[in-house]
Design a protein. Structure first.
Length: 287
């Protein structure tokens, strides 16, 4: 291997996807690592869970993403695999705003290690609307970016899979889907929601591109102790002292960097340079 070249340079990595994510993922890994990303064919990732709920996701996001990646190495025989999972819902702090979390993993089957990164997807078109046939939805369509962003329609009450339509990008198709779903619904209404599958959602694809760069940079970083790829932040340490009484608080004091292959760890100061917590965040000063 030429001096200074990353251990993964020139290798192939399988991206486990049914939804065209290679358009977002491949450029970052090629640029940062010289890694060639190839999409899987014939691997049914929907068996591990679907956005529309027909198949519930088993386990955590990380477990599901790793399971996808393992499917890819098993199907192709390649040593390296990439997979991602997303979750969308109300914002944790501002419930009336939508938000999401994207998680992406890189699996090295040779070293038996998993490197992963997450990203908050605060810019998302995730939304839904309950409508009756003939009701105007123009405002909602403008809000979610239709038809560049596709929609899903299903009955609002009753079986989730009955009259379910995905990937709707045509206004006439939308009208027909709403009528069919409402006819199958106990309340005669249809649930119209954004299609969050990556190939039907350019906003989500943009987030995946940014997360791909974040993960590629993490994979590129080598452990200072054993030189394994994937060195990066793995946790935080709390206990930043209070600005008034000096007692430790629950505020983050330092970041913990670690290796995915060995036990090497480093504690690093906060990136913003803060050395004291606010008295308002201290249990002693503000019980």
């Amino acid at each position: 291997m030429p001096e200074g070249q990353h251990p993964y340079a020139g290798s192939d990595a399988v991206l486990v996807t049914m939804h065209g994510k290679e358009r977002a993922v491949a450029p970052a890994f090629a640029q940062v690592l010289g890694l060639n990303v190839v999409a899987t064919t014939g691997v049914d990732t929907d068996a591990l869970g679907t956005f529309t709920g027909e198949t519930p996701r088993r386990g955590t996001m990380l477990e599901a993403a790793v399971a996808k990646a393992r499917l890819g190495t098993g199907a192709t025989g390649l040593r390296f695999a990439i997979a991602s999972e997303g979750s969308f819902g109300p914002h944790a702090l501002i419930p009336f705003l939508p938000a999401g979390i994207e998680l992406m993993v890189f699996v090295d089957a040779d070293r038996d290690v998993v490197i992963h990164e997450t990203m908050a997807a605060e810019r998302t078109n995730f939304a839904h609307l309950v409508v009756a046939p003939g009701t105007s939805v123009d405002r909602f369509l403008a809000q979610v970016g239709f038809p560049a962003h596709a929609l899903i329609v299903r009955p609002n009450a009753g079986g989730q899979s009955a009259a379910l339509r995905k990937g709707i990008i045509d206004l006439d198709d939308l009208g027909r889907a709403v009528s069919a779903a409402a006819a199958a619904s106990a309340d005669r209404c249809a649930l119209v929601e954004t299609d969050m599958r990556a190939h039907f959602n350019p906003t989500r694809m943009d987030t995946l591109a940014r997360l791909s760069m974040q993960l590629a940079l993490r994979v590129a970083a080598l452990c200072p102790a054993c030189a394994a790829p994937g060195w990066g932040r793995i946790d935080v340490a709390r206990g930043l002292p209070c600005e008034l009484c000096g007692m430790p608080t629950q505020t983050v004091a330092s970041e913990i960097f670690g290796c995915v292959a060995c036990a090497h760890r480093e504690f690093r100061p906060r990136r913003d340079g803060r050395v004291h917590a606010r008295a308002a965040d201290c249990d002693e000063c503000n019980p």
